[in-house]
Design a protein around this ligand. Structure first.
Ligand SMILES: [Zn+2]
Length: 299
């Protein structure tokens, strides 16, 4: 179980990502060295800031949660992703629980979607990522790894859907660009990571950690892609694409084939968990008075 301090730290993180960035990583046999270069785009800010960091990395150890670049990247060359203050204030409650059923975990995602519109801090979508564990008797349970909710309008950023916020915060907390981690702490460059399940030549080693994304509504095209790249082993959805579209949201090109692709890639899919409860939040938002339908594209 995570300490309260860690919880608050992980939730209170202000995430910094370069607007336009290039990332170079050494893949040579001397994989102890990572070289990262962030280049803020001149076209965006009218100025160029280049920050190069060279750090030492121990083999078979994942990176720490703390990225030293955060303090030195200019505001103009960065993007902030933040949770609303009410979510941070509730973090101890959310994170201190042990979650046993899909319904319990979906209830949190729906709660986040509902509270988000009540508080006026974004659209009617919530998400949460859980890690699955087995206790000593072999019973399965989950702990919370991150939460997210739609932040598009408040933060002026079309990419901040509930799922993408939850994915970014979980990866930030774990210090890894993928949630496909092994229990030995492999981070994507180390031996323990399951890069390619079809590759018999790679080392079959440590047990893979299981992260599951719960979302109050089936993902849009962007979030479906983000789910695929995130490294989660499962996605669980509440309301359907039709429920979202019925109040005017555009979900983009998402097809049944898209879900089959996820399954093929090793991401299990479960849908319609507490669908009626999740759809009710959408209907409340769609009924007016809560905020805009903010499709940036066709609508
Ligand atoms: Zn989305």
């Amino acid at each position: 179980m995570m300490s309260t301090t860690n919880l608050k730290t992980s939730l209170g993180i202000v995430m910094l990502a370069t607007a336009t960035a290039s990332y170079h990583k050494s893949t040579s046999s001397s994989a102890n060295w990572i070289s990262t270069a962030f280049t803020a785009g001149a076209a965006v800010v009218g100025a160029v800031a280049v920050i190069t960091l060279v750090g030492r990395k121990s083999a078979n150890k994942r990176r720490t949660n703390h990225d030293d670049t955060s303090d030195t990247i200019s505001v103009e060359g960065s993007v902030m992703v933040t949770l609303p203050t009410w979510a941070i204030a509730s973090s101890e409650d959310y994170f201190s629980r042990r979650y046993n059923t899909d319904e319990e975990m979906m209830s949190l995602a729906i709660h986040l979607s509902d509270r988000n519109i009540t508080e006026g801090t974004g659209g009617p979508f919530g998400a949460a990522i859980f890690e699955r564990h087995d206790d000593k008797d072999g019973n399965s349970y989950c702990t919370l790894a991150s939460i997210g909710m739609n932040r598009v309008v408040p933060l002026g950023n079309s990419t901040l859907h509930g799922e993408t916020v939850a994915i970014q915060l979980a990866q930030r907390r774990l210090g890894s660009y993928t949630l496909r981690l092994d229990e030995g702490g492999g981070d994507g460059s180390d031996d323990g990571l399951y890069w390619d399940e079809g590759n018999d030549n790679q080392k079959a080693s440590k047990r893979q950690r299981q992260f599951e994304l719960f979302t109050s509504c089936e993902p849009c095209a962007m979030c479906l892609g983000a789910t695929l790249w995130s490294g989660v082993s499962r996605i669980v959805c509440g309301a359907t694409k039709d429920d979202a579209q019925s109040i005017g949201f555009d979900e983009g090109p998402v097809f049944e084939e898209s879900y089959k692709h996820l399954e093929k890639a090793g991401v299990r899919v479960t849908r319609n968990v507490l669908r009626a409860d999740a759809a009710k939040v959408l209907q409340r938002y769609g009924g007016g008075g809560c905020g805009p339908i903010y499709n940036g594209g066709s609508n």
